[in-house]
Design a protein around this ligand. Structure first.
Ligand code: F6P
Length: 322
């Protein structure tokens, strides 16, 4: 393999740049040429290819976002779009592709491989940590640290006013961010899509909570079945009118910022492993890290099975938040 391409795709995540740096430098070490594709699959279709060298990835390991830019490409989901993308890859003589993205990006790669022979290897770039085949996705650690810092700040004002706060966090249909951030921030409760949300039970829990603790923080995953934080807060308020209730939606600030040390290290390992996987002849696999070791998981499995939620963590959160 003499020439590869790399792109970032889907929602940006802190650590994507560190991963990109590792891909480019590992490829150069193996005497390969590397093209960067700007704007993800959209750029593959619209011919936004740029030559990358050691210098083009200098000074980016600490930067959030992605210097290659990203997109959620609708066009790549069409036959016409993928045909154009293949044409451009062939035009530049690309023999392998590293895609840094989440489940939508890997589903796109699987579609592509039905008609095209160019192998794709993926690095899990998403703050959601919702893919099977890795303990941590790129950006997850930074995002949960961001949420914990934000909730600490909310706690200051919540405690000062004796308020009940509902803090909504990202994760699409996964509660992984809510779970670890909830534990780290000492939340009174977390509401996640993986478990049934019983508003009545939440109300009872809030009534019985330690009387000496005046502020209460409930973390709500955006994908929770009971609706968003505003909906849930309203339902609770109806039953507990004495609580002074507020809602904070953390939103996209969870996606930004300088990647944590752990994200930088994991991203570097994954980017490096992705290039070596292509050289070994792997295709349609996602690079992951499980119990500190690099593992390959077929895109099919990584996108279908999702991360498993540890029920013991939920139990622990309940016990510790009394
Ligand atoms: O997948 C990452 C993520 O931040 C999700 O947590 C969230 O649901 C979604 O992306 C938001 O997407 P967008 O930035 O396109 O609004």
């Amino acid at each position: 393999m003499k020439k590869i391409a790399v792109l970032t795709s889907g929602g940006d995540a802190p650590g994507m740049n560190a991963c990109l740096r590792a891909v480019v430098r590992t490829a150069i070490y193996h005497k390969m040429e590397v093209m960067g594709i700007v704007h993800g699959y959209d750029g593959m279709i619209r011919d936004e290819f740029i030559k990358m060298d050691e210098k083009s990835v200098a000074n980016i390991i600490h930067r959030g976002g992605t210097i290659l830019k990203t997109a959620r490409s609708k066009e790549f989901m069409t036959d016409e779009g993928r045909k154009k993308a293949l044409h451009n890859l062939q035009k530049y003589g690309i023999e392998g592709v590293v895609v840094i993205g989440g489940d939508g990006s890997f589903k796109g790669a699987m579609e592509f491989s039905k008609t095209a022979k160019i192998p794709f290897v993926g690095c899990p770039g998403t703050i959601d940590n919702d893919l099977a085949g890795t303990d941590y996705t790129i950006g997850y650690d930074t995002a949960i640290n961001t949420v914990v810092q934000a909730v600490d700040k909310v706690r200051d004002t919540a405690e000062s006013h004796d308020r009940l706060f509902f803090v909504e966090v990202m994760g699409r249909d996964s509660g992984m961010i809510a779970m670890l951030a909830g534990i780290g921030a000492g939340a009174e409760s977390i509401l996640i899509p993986e478990t049934k949300t019983d508003i009545q039970q939440l109300v009872e829990r809030l009534k019985n909570k330690r009387k000496t603790k005046n502020s209460k923080i409930i973390i709500v995953a955006e994908g929770d079945e009971a609706g968003g934080a505003f909906v849930i807060a309203e339902q609770v308020k109806k039953q507990l009118p004495d609580y002074d209730t507020r809602v904070t939606v953390l939103g996209h600030l969870q996606r930004g910022g300088s990647p944590s040390a752990m994200d930088r290290v994991n991203s570097s390992r994954m980017g490096y492993a992705a290039v070596e996987a292509l050289l070994k002849g792997e295709k349609n696999v996602m690079i992951g890290i499980i119990d500190k070791s690099i593992v390959y998981t077929p895109f099919e499995k990584a996108t279908k099975q999702k991360q498993k939620m540890d029920p013991d963590l939920l139990r622990m959160l309940d016990i510790l938040s009394i």
